[in-house]
Structures are given as structure tokens and as C-alpha cells.
Design a protein around this ligand. Sequence first.
Ligand code: LLP
Length: 439
Amino acid sequence: MHTYGTAAVNNRGHLEIGGVDVVEAAAKFGTPLYLYDVALIRERARGFKQTFDKLGITAQVAYASKAFASVAMMQLAEQEGLSLDVVSGGELYTAQKAGFPAERIHFHGNNKSREELEMAFDAKIGCIVADNFHELEMIGEISEERRQAMSILLRITPGIEAHTHDYILTGQEDSKFGFDLNNGQAEEALTLALKKPFVRVLGLHCHIGSQIFETTGFVLAAEKIIGKLADWHNRLSFEAEVLNLGGGFGIRYTAEDDPIAPAAYVEEIIRKVQAETKKQGLQMPEIWIEPGRSLVGDAGITVYETGSVKDVPNVRKYLAVDGGMSDNIRPALYEAKYEAVLANRVNDPVEETVSIAGKCCESGDMLIWDLPLPKAKTGDLLAMFCTGAYGYSMANNYNRIPRPPVVFVENGDMKLVIRRETFDDLVKLDLPLGLPQTN
Ligand code: LLP
């Protein structure tokens, strides 16, 4: 078993995480169940921050809350001194419920509504990452109507492709996100924004993709952006105070993945920005980054109970669990790969290869293909690793399956931070036919 954070095997042969026996956690909260290793999240957050501190760089490390947005998670981010990236009114609302300091909230999104922008102004958040001309106009209008200043970053697409799965590419030219740096639209947006009396352009933002294993993409993006900033400095007298290089730092899901340490990405990015700004005679901007997956991904595990077994002789053995694409859509959506163990008998010898099937009514609902396991029986517990990012946050109610609870574990304590959805929760928005309907 590859170990993640505090994950270990105790003397009963059970998987332990955060000092908590996973079998006991499953008995207490039921399955499926998401567990988060809080110490590991703290370690990751501190790792990013310390890298900037060590190099004496003013920075903000914003947690990309889309990876796992909940009140408790945002409070944990606040405890660790992180900033917060939100992409919708819902995430912003959650941040407000968490009491997250507004000045450290950054608001993203390629189609923010006027209501969402108004909400950001009401909350007096730190900055809006303006994505397109329509939004820029709305930000200008709202700020003038209210005579309220708002800081913005302009999201640009530098035309850099990062090597990752196609669905999670966002930095290339043909993208729904941001102003293109190459075709003049970024400059047009900057010129427009600089004319808006209540809008303060802090700098630029770019996000080149997700689950990236190399620094090359970041370095190329930084070089290209700083080249453009030098040009804008000369011609438009604009100097960026902030350069936000987004998130996307890859993590290890399986033995096939070989990411570099988070600190290594950050160091290389900083050195590049330092070198390029010096070369161009620009001031060193504040560097902001937005890790999501690399803060919470490997801190999360999902615990399932095994159920039916279907053995197709000479073909494959299917082992079904009590969850699936409803709590983790990533295998079905991105062909994402995971590792798993039997949490109640981690040390038992591997005896067979099985494929882990979800319980949703869809052939594509397979969580893991060809997993080596001890001979599993109905009622074993399967712990799937690295489900902390884009697991709960992309969970859904397909087949009206209730979403599992989330429990934070740390130093032997278990804290329920999202309760299990009930059947009543599932029907609470439904309005029966035949009854008088109100809106
Ligand atoms: N900043 C921006 C502007 C982003 O769009 C994203 C992710 C992040 C930061 C955080 O990226 P991370 O560090 O987590 O890679 N659902 C997909 C991932 C979508 C990522 C979308 N944007 C998945 O499950 O792999």
C-alpha cells in the first residue's frame, strides 16, 4: 500500500487515517463515507506558504474551493491562512457561512451573473477575476452605481498547453475562459478596465490546466505574460501588482503518476518570474497561486462496503460497492485511475484481480478496473485513496442515491462536517402533482 499522510495499518490489520481506525469510522458513520486527513491538508497548505516565505516573496495561496467546498473545509483553509478561490454564488455563500475573511476571497468564473457580481460587491471581497467583456462591463456598471471600488485581475489565456487530460485543459487559445493574450483581446480588456473609475486592475491571472506534472507550462506562461507586461508597461504605463498563476499542480493517484513536490513547482515559478521581471526592468509582482487538488486530493479517502460479486469465468470478476459515479464521477468522466485496499484486512495477501463496480444503473459506472486484492467477501470495506479533490464536490444524486457524509479525522478525533443525505433530503425540493403550487 502506498501511504498517504497519516494513513497506516494498525495492529488489527485495519487501515488507519488521522489516528482513526477506518473500520470504526465506517461502523459509526456508515458507508459510503469520505474521510479527510486534516493533518495532511495542513501540511500541504504550510508547504506552499513556507516555500514563498523561504524565498521572501509576498504571496497569496488561495485554496481553489471547487476541489472540495464545504463550510468546515473553508474554515480549515482560514485557519491555515490561505485565501479562497470561489467560482459561483454558491461557493461564495458557503465562504460567508464559514466566516471566511472577505478580503481574501477571489471570485472566478466565465459566466458570473449580475446577481453573483452584486453579491461579491455586497460582501466586499478581495478581488474579482474578470473573465470576459460582458462581465467587465457589468463590474464597471455596478461599481459606478454603488460608487464602490473593486479590485480585479484580468484572466488571460496565454496560449500554453499543459500536458494533461483534454477535458481539463484551460490555458490554450481555444478556451471558453479568459481574454486571449495573443489576439489583442487581453490588451483591449486592460485598456477598457483602466478607464473605469472604480475599478482597480491589480494584475493578471492565468490557469493553464489541472493535474499537471511538469513545470514547463507554468514557466512558459510566466515568460510570455511578463513579456506582455513589459510591453504594456512601456506603451500603457501599466504595471501589475499581482500575477496569479492559478492551480493545477498534479498529485499521485496511482503508481503511474510521478508528480514533483508542490514546493518544487512554486520555486521554479518564482525563480522564473524573478528572472523575467528583472530582465524586463519590472517590479516583482505579488505571486498568487490557486491549488485545489494538491491541497486536498490525497488527504481524502472513500470507504465503501462491498456487496454483490459477479464472476464471468475467464473474463472478469466484478466486485460491486455501495457507491459509485454518484460519489466519484471522475473514473466515468475522465477515465481517472485510483488505488484501493480492503480497509478491514490490509495485510491479507493479494489473491485475485477484481474490477470495482459502482451501483449506478450505467455500465460506465466502474470505479477501478483490474485491482489486485485479497479475496473479497460481501461486507468487506474497500478504501479508495486520493478521492479528496473533485469527489464530493462533483457528487450527484443520479439514481437518487444520497450523497455520503464527510468526516474530518485528526489526532484520533472524528468530526462529522457534512452529514449523510437522507431520502427526505432527496425529495425536499419535489412538489407533488395535484397540490396547489407556489413558486
Ligand atoms: N484555478 C482555476 C482558475 C481553476 O480553473 C482551477 C481548476 C483551479 C485553480 C484548481 O486546479 P487544481 O489545483 O485543483 O488542479 N474536475 C476536474 C478538475 C477541474 C479543474 C477545474 N479548474 C477533475 O476532477 O480532475
